[in-house]
Design a protein around this ligand. Structure first.
Ligand code: PLP
Length: 636
């Protein structure tokens, strides 16, 4: 239709709603990336990125990382704290840390550390492997390294090694026995630890992760245990080592009220400890700063009813209010936002490799001699109805006959060909009903489902289990949009399916405006033209939690930097190869080289028995080997 425009595309796909200032729809109908919201002159056209990826010979699906977005988010969070702290005349400082579990990719962590240097922004680790990582990566002595998670003696020794190297390593005690282990180890080694305690909060976060708080929370000390910790350290002459109070009430907090409640509770614990003589330097408010995945700015599970500035203001003012009331000093503030730092920076780009429809193929349905009465009935129905007919009745009759036909087929009454004709006629009727109801205000409930059953499934060259794990596991909504042609009206209603052999491998939750829907309009596929879609906001968790379902493995990656002097405003700084078939087979304990020689031996045998000509045999051998070293995804 001629009246389609970019504004309508924006309404449908909500790019600037979920885009956080980093994505918008350009006048040419392509998605544009603005890696630095403070400098809108740098605009990257996504089509140019796709072209560059093709020129580099990198196969799709591809993870596209915008390093500048990572840097922008690190700066935004730190500057936001600085501004609010100044405005509130808060006496402490902000010493944020990035929790590496949210995305441990080396390039991601390196970029964050580098961008955070100016703010003394540190790292957080929650396991021994992560601790080994942050020990090597966080070399800024002015920043904190916060160590959460369950710990053993080796873990304590590594943390104390960090102290020896002059780092501000904070060991956060998650359960009481860890305290005894830490004190013992530090005395043996003669190295003073910096100790934090994690409080089990009574306030629960709202949303998917609300069980991270509350009395049954897996981590943290009860009030009694915190008091006992402080007293024990006093007895050991180590109360000066107790420096940090930590709490974390869950990820993706959807409701700002949970943040306010947690601040009050946490601040009270800090103030009371201070009055008992334990003068802590830091209060660490954990993670939880949410992302508006569905663009609704609501308390939906994939959204949040506040923004970064409001979150920061609630943390700073919440703490200040309680401290001023209690007459205790303002502590330095630490937060552990991971999702908010990384979600926007990466997306998955892939092409549609096919379309699946229930009514896509038709057969001739002309009358033949001696055909079954069921075929005749449904044909007559298809030929007879018009606008005047009771459409609900047509639907009922057609559905009933189709069901009966299936029973009749199983009872050997109908032939396969007759069943095929009935199917064709049935979908023909449904198509016409759908057309009729698309212009009507009132659509009966049963018929509303026609929209879904007559929609297409676009087959996408990727694996939900690898690239959108949260969509599958916790029904997390991710924005999925076409990267080009937004200036054309999308006329095909569809849901998306992946290339795994698993019916769970699909995406059928979208938002249009504020509505959650099961289908999303996309553009009609054109012959000889690839249609690219992007799954956005995949940089937190999804990026690193993917699994090996169907042995697809990791994606090719391109790392993009923006660059003002380049006519296209960007360059690909690095290409990281995804999994080859060999790589994934090795993980599963196969020996690809042995497999190749087994297949070669079988081919040689066919050659020597004359069943295969030697030239062809060599070709087949090479082909098998090249597939082994190739990419796991489809080559459309
Ligand atoms: C997971 C986790 C975080 C990160 O939370 P986000 O919601 O991603 O910011 C921070 N702190 C702790 C202790 C965590 O377990």
């Amino acid at each position: 239709m001629s009246n389609w425009n970019i504004e309508q595309a924006e309404k449908m796909y909500g790019v600037s709603q979920w885009g956080g200032g980093y994505f918008q729809i350009g006048e040419n109908g392509n998605v544009q990336v603005l890696p630095d919201p403070n400098n809108s002159s740098v605009k990257i056209d996504f089509k140019a990125v796709i072209d560059e990826i093709c020129d580099e010979g990198v196969q799709f699906p591809v993870v596209v990382r915008f390093h500048d977005i990572l840097r922008s988010q690190v700066a935004a969070l730190n500057l936001s704290f600085r501004e609010v702290i100044a405005e509130a005349e808060y006496q402490g400082e902000y010493h944020g840390v990035y929790p590496v579990k949210v995305n441990q990719m080396r390039e991601v962590v390196e970029e964050i550390v580098d961008a955070g240097q100016a703010f003394n922004y540190g790292l957080e680790a929650g396991s021994k492997a992560e601790l080994l990582t942050v020990l090597a990566m966080n070399t800024n002595e002015g920043s904190l390294t916060v160590l959460n998670g369950y710990k053993d003696e080796e873990f304590m020794r590594l943390a104390l090694l960090g102290r020896k190297l002059g780092r501000r390593m904070v060991v956060v005690v998650e359960k009481y026995s860890e305290l005894l282990l830490l004190v013992k180890t530090s005395k043996e080694l003669g190295i003073e630890p910096i100790i934090g305690v994690r409080a089990k909060m009574t306030v629960k976060g709202r949303g998917k992760w609300e069980s991270s708080g509350g009395e049954r929370a897996k981590f943290g000390l009860t009030i009694t245990e915190i008091i006992n910790t402080a007293r024990y350290l006093e007895e050991q002459g180590m109360s000066h080592c107790l420096k940090l109070l930590h709490f974390h009430i869950g990820s993706q907090l959807t409701d700002i009220r949970a943040v306010k409640e947690a601040m009050t509770e946490g601040a009270r614990i800090y103030a009371e400890l201070h009055k008992m003589g334990f003068h802590l330097d830091y209060v660490d408010v954990g993670g939880g700063l949410g992302i508006d995945y569905d663009g609704t700015k609501s308390t939906n599970e994939s959204s949040r009813n506040y923004n970064m500035q409001e979150y920061v203001a609630d943390v700073v003012y919440g703490m200040k209010e309680v401290c001023d009331m209690e007459g205790v000093p303002h502590p330095n503030l630490v937060s552990e936002s991971g999702r908010a730092i990384t979600a926007h920076h990466s997306c998955v780009v892939t092409q549609i490799v096919g379309e699946i429809r229930s009514d896509s193929s038709k057969m001739a349905t002309d009358e033949v001699d001696g055909e079954h009465i069921f075929v005749k009935n449904i044909r007559e129905l298809a030929e007879s109805f018009d606008e005047q007919t009771n459409m609900q009745e047509v639907f009922n009759d057609a559905s009933q006959w189709k069901e009966q036909a299936l029973d009749a087929f199983k009872l050997r009454v109908l032939t396969l060909e007759e069943l095929g004709k009935i199917e064709t006629l049935y979908w023909q009727i449904m198509g016409r009903l759908h057309e009729y109801y698309s212009t009507q205000e009132y659509v009966p409930e049963e018929l509303q489902e026609l929209n879904y059953s007559l929609s297409s499934q676009y087959l996408c060259n990727f694996s939900v289990f690898q690239s959108a794990a949260d969509t599958w596991a916790i029904e997390q909504l991710l924005p999925v949009v076409p990267l080009t042609r937004m200036n054309e009206e999308p006329t095909v209603n569809c849901s998306l399916v992946d290339i795994t052999c698993d019916s769970d491998g699909k995406i059928d939750q979208f938002t249009i405006g504020r509505e959650i829907t099961d289908i999303m309009p996309m553009h009609k596929l054109r012959k000889d033209e690839d249609y690219y879609i992007g799954l956005f906001l995949t940089g937190a968790y999804q990026d690193v939690m993917g699994d090996m379902h169907n042995l697809f493995g990791r994606l090719n990656e391109v790392h993009i930097f923006s660059y003002d002097d380049d006519p296209q405003d960007f360059y690909i700084e690095e290409v990281v190869k995804g999994s080859s078939v060999e790589d994934v087979l090795n993980i599963m304990q196969y020996n690809p080289r042995a497999m190749a020689s087994d297949v070669k031996r079988m081919i040689d045998k066919q050659i020597s028995s004359g069943k295969l000509n030697p030239r062809e045999g060599v070709k087949w051998t090479d082909f098998y080997e090249s597939c082994l070293s190739g990419y796991t995804y489809l080559k459309p």
